[in-house]
Design a protein around this ligand. Structure first.
Ligand code: PRP
Ligand code: URA
Length: 208
């Protein structure tokens, strides 16, 4: 079964409260998504594999550790895009693999419209990025694509999830750990997370 990690980090909880608030404008919303993504990524990458290295400091020889293999950041377009840059600054060697999926408004089924297949899928971790895990359809479709490409290890990092989405993703991909800032109450009748934050794409890109 997938492991679900819901962060209790005070900074994550503080930023999440600001993010949810209706009065938070797109500029601040984007900053908060970026900051939350970095904090969530720290929690999702505690088990990355390292190589021992010998290096020279100005004072002499030291032992160190560096990342063994690459990491791939996999934003689900659109809303996942806002989670990329902060993490990428922290892991500049990461590859970014874009996956375009939107939810059909009527059926809530995921619709794939863009993928950019990597040359070499054998990174040590594919970190799927999407602020919202609602029905789970988009995240499941993304993990399906990554596995088809040959990805060996996948995790999901999101800001808010509904119980329905966590259950569906865990069932479809029990090997994909889920890192969240919050697990909310439920989905409403049109598939939005309650209390959630509304439409994460629209609030970032000012299109609501
Ligand atoms: C939102 C969100 C997720 C998806 C979650 O994207 O960013 O990708 O919905 O819903 P699900 O778990 O039920 O699949 P949306 O479809 O609104 O597309 P957008 O980011 O292009 O606005
Ligand atoms: N997508 C969003 O942006 N928000 C939700 O509450 C559900 C799906």
């Amino acid at each position: 079964m997938a492991k679900v990690f819901q962060s209790n980090h005070p900074l994550i909880q503080h930023k999440l409260a600001l993010l949810r608030d209706t009065t938070t404008e797109p500029k601040r919303f984007r900053e908060l998504i970026r900051e939350l993504a970095v904090l969530l990524a720290c929690e999702a990458t505690t088990d990355l594999e390292l190589n021992e290295v010998t290096l020279t400091t100005p004072m002499g020889v030291a032992q160190g550790k560096i990342l063994k293999r690459k990491v791939a950041l996999v934003p689900i377009l659109r809303a996942g895009l806002g989670m990329v840059d902060g993490i990428w600054e922290m892991i500049p060697s990461a590859e970014v693999w874009h996956i375009g999926i939107y939810r059909d408004h009527d059926t809530l089924e995921p619709v794939e419209y863009y993928t950019n297949r990597p040359v070499d899928p054998h990174v040590q971790l594919c970190l799927i990025l999407d602020p919202m895990l609602a029905t789970g359809g988009s995240a499941i479709a993304t993990a399906d694509i990554l596995k088809r490409w040959g990805a060996q290890r996948i995790k999901f990092a999101g800001v808010i999830a509904a119980p329905e989405g966590v259950e569906a993703l865990s069932k479809a991909h029990p090997d994909v750990d889920i890192h969240l800032a919050a697990l909310d109450e439920r989905l409403n009748e049109i598939g939005y997370i309650v209390p959630g934050l509304g439409d994460a794409g629209d609030r970032q890109f000012g299109t609501g």
